[in-house]
Design a protein around this ligand. Structure first.
Ligand code: MN
Length: 500
């Protein structure tokens, strides 16, 4: 479960994955971390540096900016007081230091206390406090390695960390569309929280994989042949095995009837375009008979978290049932990495610290949190509904903006700044130009285009905006423009008298 990474492993990965990576920065971060954690051992008996190395390796695998990878190496050094904040700022700059500080701060904020009703608030708090989505990625990488090395912890700590991962971290990963990480978090925690069930589900899966392995590889071969005689040139076909925790949950729903679970092993087809997805679906249906009611077009109708694919279930030649999942490479990246996909290999992924904006109400809550000792007491004070039915949308720089469900780009613009709201003309959502009245979803990256010559908001916007704040601002701006217009009228009426 736990693969030890050396600095050379990390450097090789970076050399192979990145264009012109800053290797001097990487080495400097490694050397500082190594010195800071020298002689410290983890409870697993390994030197402490294996942990930051694993975290940085994971972040590099995700293709995140080198500053994030370097911050991964340094993420625990402030706590171990091997280096002061000022020293870090001098040596590594503001961006890396801010990332490390945010990760350190979050460590103390989110603790699972066994109260289920707080779990949702914890998740929202976590996202809100992270503010910069890169901090969320760092926390995931940190948590994944801690789960992999959980065997070294005393039993009560194992349980707490596993619960936190399952109740707080995994749902956040799910919301951000990061299904790969969500699955790893869940399976890592599952083994500790429900060890008997974990073993049982694992056994069932092992048997199924052994039973059906040959058949599935036959279908993969046949599918490859089907596609290779078509005009589609660039494609991949492979089998994917369902994650254990997700299988466990499905078994609970289906009353343990494993035969009713058709996607234990699914066949995945990755192509280049949407047209090719539908073409492959056609080929599959021509070759094998589809099960009625099992064709799902998540391309035309994406899941709420943005997931897109075509799903269909067919009767194989031996009358067993097999699910196909067909998607483009881009959809695949989004399905595996979610929000993080947008940050992959982007060299402009650094964020401008000057522009860091916290949402007003969140800033207030945060201040309150710092001044009060009891965190749970604070959650009571905040009232659950502050965070009820909220979505989390990102600026292109990775700041989190917290909005009510159903919010539009105009709500987003006003949440950033009233002048951005007043001057907005169009919006780009995940790099695509969209109307100002569309509904935003958690994980969307929204960029507002403004026109400084624009006189003010369109009064019709108040028909679709969801936040009271935006409504109020639109009303105010519209009123004042009426006032200006009226005063213009008055003036022009007065004008003749002035001439007298
Ligand atoms: Mn750590």
């Amino acid at each position: 479960m736990d693969t030890m990474r050396t600095y050379d492993d990390l450097e090789n990965l970076v050399k192979n994955h990145y264009q012109n990576p800053d290797l001097a920065l990487l080495r400097k971060a490694y050397e500082r971390a190594d010195a800071a954690h020298a002689k410290v051992m983890r409870l697993t008996g390994q030197p402490y540096i294996t942990h930051p190395l694993a975290v940085a390796y994971r972040l590099a695998e995700m293709g995140l900016h080198m500053n994030v990878v370097a911050a991964g190496l340094l993420h625990d050094v402030l706590e171990d007081s091997g280096i002061t904040e000022d020293e870090m700022r001098a040596d590594f700059g503001d961006d890396i230091t801010t990332l490390v500080l945010s990760v350190t701060k979050l460590k103390h904020a989110v603790h699972y206390r066994g109260e289920e009703r707080y779990a949702e608030n914890m998740r929202k708090m976590f996202l809100a406090m992270a503010s910069d989505v890169r901090v969320v990625f760092m926390k995931f990488a940190d948590r994944l390695h801690n789960l992999q090395t959980l065997y070294g912890q005393p039993k009560h700590k194992q349980l707490r960390i596993a619960r936190e991962s399952l109740e707080i971290y995994a749902p956040i990963a799910g919301r951000l569309g990061m299904s790969e990480i969500k699955g790893e978090l869940e399976d890592g925690a599952f083994a500790y929280i429900l060890p008997k069930e974990f073993e049982r589900v694992k056994e069932i899966m092992d048997v199924k994989v052994r039973e059906r392995g040959a058949q599935v590889s036959r279908i993969i071969d046949q599918t490859e042949k089907l596609i290779s005689v078509s005009r589609i040139l660039n494609f991949q076909v492979y089998g994917r095995v369902k994650r254990l925790y997700s299988l466990y949950k499905k078994m609970l729903r289906y009353g343990d009837d494993i035969e009713k679970i058709y996607d234990l092993i699914a066949i995945r087809v990755i192509v280049t375009s949407v047209e090719e997805c539908y073409a492959v679906l056609g080929m599959v249906h021509q070759r094998w008979r589809p099960l009625p009611g099992r064709i799902k077009d998540y391309i035309a109708q994406p899941k709420p978290n943005g997931y897109q694919s075509l799903h269909t279930t067919i009767f194989a030649d031996d009358k067993t049932i097999v699910e196909f999942q067909i998607r483009t490479r881009e959809m695949h990246e989004l399905a595996e990495y979610g929000v993080a996909a947008h940050w992959r290999y982007k060299e402009d992924g650094t964020r401008d610290v000057q522009n860091m904006r916290w949402m007003e109400e969140l800033m207030l809550i945060q201040k309150e949190l710092e001044s009060k000792k009891d965190f749970m007491e604070q959650l009571e004070i905040m009232k659950i509904d502050v965070f009820k039915d909220r979505i989390f949308v990102f600026t292109p720089k990775g700041d989190v903006i917290d909005l009510p469900e159903g919010a539009t780009p105009v709500d987003f613009a006003y949440a950033i700044h009233s002048q951005i709201g007043n001057k907005c003309t169009s919006a780009k959502v995940n790099d695509v130009v969209r109307n100002l009245d569309i509904t935003l979803h958690s994980g969307d990256i929204v960029e507002i285009v403004t026109d400084k010559n624009r006189r003010g908001p369109n009064p019709d916007w108040s028909k679709f905006v969801k936040t009271r704040y935006a409504k109020g601002k639109i009303r105010d701006a519209t009123k004042s423009s009426v006032r200006i217009w009226l005063s213009g009228m008055l003036k022009s009426k007065e004008e003749p008298s002035k001439k007298k």
